[in-house]
Design a protein around this ligand. Structure first.
Ligand code: AHR
Length: 673
């Protein structure tokens, strides 16, 4: 019997479970029967698919932010100029030390001192930077060098800047600056490579053959960037993001927003303006230094370059080591700071912070619709803390910006947030799939839901096909319930795959200095985000096969000191579906997008019947992302093993049967005749 589902949300869930239980009760799964009706069950949010970002896994420094010099302002370590080394060649001699007694400026209270004791023609003394796992270079490419320097009396130069292969055998590009002044000055020069082989096993050198002392301030080396932005982003990574057709960017974190302590939170005011005046900060949550080259305006420019909306998360007075600010007068400056941040984003040039943004190079205000107050404040163990902090932020923001929608990071009672951010990291494909119907029966009362972080955590450093299948199952649930789930973004977005760069496994996009790739989960996202309509069609299903699955025992919080931890009981086994689907329609073109996720290791026949819609063509488009094994994946050396394949298919229409391959994610576009 075909169970009709004309009203959502409950009947959809209900009929899917009926389908699953048919298989459960021992009947052969056979053909899955999908019945699609000409009835709009929900609207699909135009901003359902977006991006989430933070400084993790060398996402910005050593990642998207195109700067090639590591520890460019010498603040990464207070004792040593880490990632820098002294160059002494052919008898030249000198020393290299951090020199806090010669601060570079009032934001960067140190400089790098190069004292050259012996150097003459043919000799060389200098400083070399190893970059982020090397300095990647390509043939016939122009690199932009900028550094600050001042010289001791008597030293005038010249100074040579070059990119040199680690073997020392090849100078890949070089330029000379004839004079260095006795005052702090900025020097800029281009380095252009010739017909060299692309490689990352190189370093950057500033050297001289004159004796004397030179102090250096921020040393920077940029390759060409996306849309040629100064202080911009890596073009290949931006293109991967653009190809996802996202609607928004949630930034700046995640844990990176909060810091372990209040002192190490993301302080937006220290991330704007001239990059040489940004102090940088210890990203202690993920345990490495952040140059803050990717600052507030760079996040906004990133949005502008992809033509997407910012979702701005503001620091809300809680940091991860249980440091929190007391609501009331203690919290008031933090609320004010958030209001000023919003003004920096949205204010006209006649406002204080809008004027500051204009001075920083962007006179036009950015459009902002959503502000998120904090991150994962469910981890704040003080009862009532977030409720009170949220209320203070909510009141402050709504008073000045009533049109803004405010996102809470966990349940609150004090105010009704416009949206609530829910995070789901699942430990297996089955676990993700087991939750794919969670939203079907969720009450439609406010607030709306933003699934602001989620992932099936299988695969390292990037998710494999099994994870992509779990993700796809989950995405059918979000899409089907997109009247409630209005926004979603996978996390984390990026990982530098070099040894030692990763703090969190299962990241959507991997890269090293030279190249980048999308994981199977990346392509699943891309396929979902690029292929959906604006309305969910009512549908019913029968005959969904399922398998037995053992849910993990619930996670436990660590026991408080002096308390004994009682083990949590293992939940009973459950049945979890192997096939998932959802159906949306583009109201303008009439095209119907049927997504089918076959998690099984066998092909799955699906009989589709469409009732009541405008007649559908027998020819349509099929996009398939499939693998031979759920363990298959893409890597930096095999980046395109699993990619979507698009084809034109025949035999579609109002009533057809099609077989979907094992381990596959498919979108059938049924076009109006
Ligand atoms: O995505 C990695 C981390 O997971 C985020 O920083 C945090 O919000 C979540 O716990």
């Amino acid at each position: 019997m075909l169970v009709k589902n004309v009203k959502r949300p409950v009947p959809i869930a209900c009929c899917l479970l009926l389908g699953a239980s048919a298989a459960l009760s021992g009947q052969p799964s056979g053909t899955v029967e999908i019945h699609i009706l000409d009835q709009v069950a929900a609207k699909v949010s135009p901003q359902l698919y977006g991006l989430m970002t933070e400084e993790i896994n060398y996402s910005f420094d050593g990642g998207l932010y195109a700067e090639l010099i590591r520890n460019r302002s010498f603040k990464e370590d207070v004792k040593e100029p880490v990632h820098w080394s002294l160059v002494q060649e052919n008898g030249g001699a000198g020393s290299m030390t951090l020199d806090p007694s010669t601060p570079f400026n009032d934001a960067v209270g140190t400089s790098l001192k190069l004292a050259i004791s012996t150097s003459a023609k043919g000799q060389r003394v200098g400083i070399a930077n190893e970059g982020f796992w090397g300095i990647p270079v390509r043939p016939n490419t122009q690199y932009h060098v900028s550094f600050y320097a001042k010289a001791s009396p008597g030293f005038s130069g010249p100074i040579t800047v070059s990119i040199v292969s680690d073997s020392g055998a090849t100078v890949l590009a070089s330029a000379q600056l004839p004079r260095i002044s006795g005052e702090w000055r900025n020097y800029q020069v281009s380095l252009t490579t010739g017909g060299i082989a692309p490689s990352a096993q190189n370093h950057f050198v500033i050297s001289t053959n004159q004796a004397g002392t030179v102090w250096f301030g921020m040393v920077s080396l940029f390759p060409p960037t996306f849309k040629n932005r100064a202080n911009g982003n890596r073009a290949d990574l931006m293109q991967l993001l653009a190809d996802m057709k996202p609607a928004f960017l949630r930034f700046p974190g995640g844990n990176y927003l909060e810091g372990n302590t209040i002192a190490t939170r993301f302080e937006w005011k220290k991330t704007i303006g001239d990059a040489s005046r940004r102090p940088g900060h210890l990203n202690d949550g993920w345990k490495y230094w952040s140059s803050d080259g990717m600052g507030l305006l760079e996040f906004l420019n990133w949005c502008e370059d992809l033509q997407i909306r910012p979702v701005l998360a503001v620091y809300a007075g809680y940091s991860m080591h249980q440091e929190r600010v007391k609501p009331g007068s203690d919290l008031a400056p933090y609320v004010q700071d958030a209001l000023e941040e919003i003004e920096y984003v949205t204010g006209g040039p006649n406002t204080v912070w809008g004027a500051r943004r204009a001075k920083d190079g962007h006179p036009a205000p950015f459009q902002l619709e959503y502000v998120e107050v904090g991150n994962e404040d469910n981890f704040d163990r003080e009862p009532g803390s977030y409720d009170a902090r949220f209320a203070q932020f909510y009141d402050g923001i709504k008073a000045k910006y009533p049109a803004l929608s405010i996102i809470a990071t966990t349940k609150v009672n004090s105010r009704m947030p416009d949206v609530i951010d829910e995070h789901y990291y699942r430990r297996s494909e089955d676990e993700m799939a087991a939750h794919a119907h969670d939203y079907d029966s969720r009450a439609r009362s406010l607030p709306k839901v933003f699934v602001g972080e989620w992932a099936t955590r299988v695969g390292e450093p990037t998710p494999n096909m099994s994870a992509a299948l779990g993700d796809a199952a989950w995405m059918t649930g979000m899409e089907r319930n997109s009247d409630l789930v209005i926004m979603s973004c996978y996390a984390p977005l990026f990982v530098n795959v070099n040894k030692g760069a990763m703090q969190w496994r299962t990241d959507l996009i991997g890269y090293d200095g030279m190249s980048s790739y999308g994981s199977p989960a990346y392509y699943a996202q891309q396929v979902f985000s690029r292929n959906h309509g604006d309305e969910v069609l009512a549908s019913s299903v029968q005959g969904i096969p399922s398998k037995e699955w053992q849910p993990p025992a619930p996670r436990q919080r660590p026991a408080a000191p002096g308390q004994v931890q009682t083990p949590t009981a293992q939940p009973p086994p459950e049945q979890v579906p192997l096939v998932f689907f959802d159906t949306t329609r583009d109201s303008k073109s009439g095209s119907i997008y049927l997504k089918v996720v076959n998690r099984a290791g066998m092909p799955q026949a699906v009989h589709v019947k469409v009732d009541g819609t405008a007649p559908l063509d027998s020819r349509g488009q099929l996009i398939t992302l499939a693998a031979n094994s759920p363990d298959d994946t893409n890597t930096i050396t095999e980046p395109r093993k699993i990619v979507p394949v698009t084809s034109t298919v025949e035999g579609l229409g109002q009533d057809f049967t099609r077989t979907f391959p094992p381990y596959s994610i498919s979108v059938l576009q049924l076009k109006r005749k």
